[in-house]
Design a protein around this ligand. Structure first.
Ligand code: HEC
Ligand code: HEC
Length: 323
């Protein structure tokens, strides 16, 4: 009982002060804040395979030029390497594309968490004018006239409809889990899986307090936090845009201004540029900025390099899907 109360308190503190929360956790003793990634059990392989085809098919965009994979390039970390994405007609968006790898573990989807599930998330890009720019009736009519119709009958026992398209794509995304990293092998007891610098980087990641927000199997994705915990103000060079209000746009609560989902850091070495603005080009700069904004600390270059080395151990490149 006492243990439960202590845990509940540590969780409550995490919302108020990352550093204090980490200390409380460390005093409570015991487990590492990062857990190994595990494949998700029970994903229907036939649904996932149909979802894989749909994910790569530009037929889902208005002019047939853009697929999910255009912006979530699976062999390049599941993002697009651009500050902001480019959709149909060369239209540009306003936020950076996160990776789709391990998104299945997010407490909600999008930077502001406005979609509760992977299934709901699909509506966003499909209808966004700067992304795929289409609508469900158009997509369903095309699918019905294509070889997909037979595949939907086999897998779902029915003609293509929106819930089935969403379910198939979400099933595929639930297979995009990057298991087997060196860090996870180290967690599993393989002491030699990490170098001395990488272990030192992990120790710093915990002692600075990064792990109070970036934690769990995905090293993020399991809470919302304010960007600018210690230093307030936006980070967008040209001044704030409505999207920079983050979670406030979903809940309307003043306390949610500039609050974002803490992103997973599992593939962070593969997915520059950084932050929802996509304006920070290098990982080193992102780490320094986090020190200043979230922890009120200037992190010296040596520690930045060690933390970056640790972050590189969080993914096994062999776990990325090939096109
Ligand atoms: C034009 C580029 C583009 C296309 C096409 C696109 N996305 Fe995205 N995706 C983005 C951007 C940008 C975001 C972040 C948007 C936001 O948070 O407001 C995003 C967010 C996501 C997320 C949430 C990840 C997270 O960590 O919150 C998932 C999942 C996702 N996309 C899957 C898909 C799927 C499935 C498709 C195809 C149906 C698709 N995307 C098509 C650019 C794109
Ligand atoms: C108080 C919570 C909190 C703490 C502490 C914290 N972060 Fe973050 N981190 C966030 C949030 C929220 C974002 C997303 C902000 C945005 O883009 O709007 C983020 C984003 C990032 C990104 C960019 C990821 C991407 O894909 O764009 C990196 C890298 C990062 N953090 C590393 C760190 C490191 C290293 C530390 C410790 C020095 C740290 N963070 C401490 C909450 C936190």
């Amino acid at each position: 009982m006492r243990g439960l109360v202590a845990m509940a308190m540590a969780t409550a503190v995490a919302v108020l002060s990352p550093r204090a929360a980490f200390t409380a956790d460390a005093v409570a003793g015991g487990h590492e804040p990062i857990r190994p990634l595990m494949a998700i059990a029970g994903v229907d392989p036939a649904k996932a395979e149909l979802g894989r085809r749909l994910f790569h098919d530009p037929m889902l965009s208005r002019d047939g030029t853009v697929s999910c994979a255009s912006c979530h390039v699976l062999d390049r970390g599941g993002s697009d390497g651009r500050p902001v994405s480019m959709g149909i007609d060369g239209r540009v968006g306003i936020v950076n594309a996160p990776t789709v790898y391990n998104a299945a573990f997010n407490l909600a989807q999008f930077w502001d968490g406005r979609a509760m599930t992977l299934e709901d998330q699909v509506n966003g890009p499909l209808t966004n004018a700067a992304e795929m720019g289409t609508d469900w009736p158009t997509v369903l009519e095309r699918l019905a006239r294509s070889p997909y119709a037979a595949a939907f009958r086999t897998v779902f026992g029915a003609e293509p409809d929106a819930p089935a398209v969403r379910a198939a794509i979400a099933a595929f995304e639930r297979t995009l889990i990057t298991t087997g990293s060196r860090f996870d092998r180290w967690l599993g007891g393989e002491a030699e899986a990490l170098s001395a610098s990488e272990k030192a980087g992990y120790a710093l990641f915990k002692s600075y307090g990064c792990a109070s927000c970036h934690q769990g199997a995905a090293v993020g994705g399991n809470m919302f936090q304010r960007l600018g915990f210690f230093a307030s103000g936006g980070i967008r060079a040209g001044g704030p845009l409505p999207a920079d209000l983050g979670r406030f746009n979903v809940t309307g609560r003043p306390a949610d201004r500039n609050v974002f989902k803490v992103p997973s850091l599992r593939l962070v070495t593969l997915t520059p540029p950084y932050f929802h603005t996509g304006e920070v080009a290098t990982l080193d700069e992102a780490i320094r900025l986090m020190g200043r904004l979230q922890l009120g600390r200037d992190i010296p270059d040596r520690d930045v390099a060690l933390i970056a080395a640790f972050l590189g151990t969080l993914v096994d490149p062999a776990a990325l899907a090939t096109p």
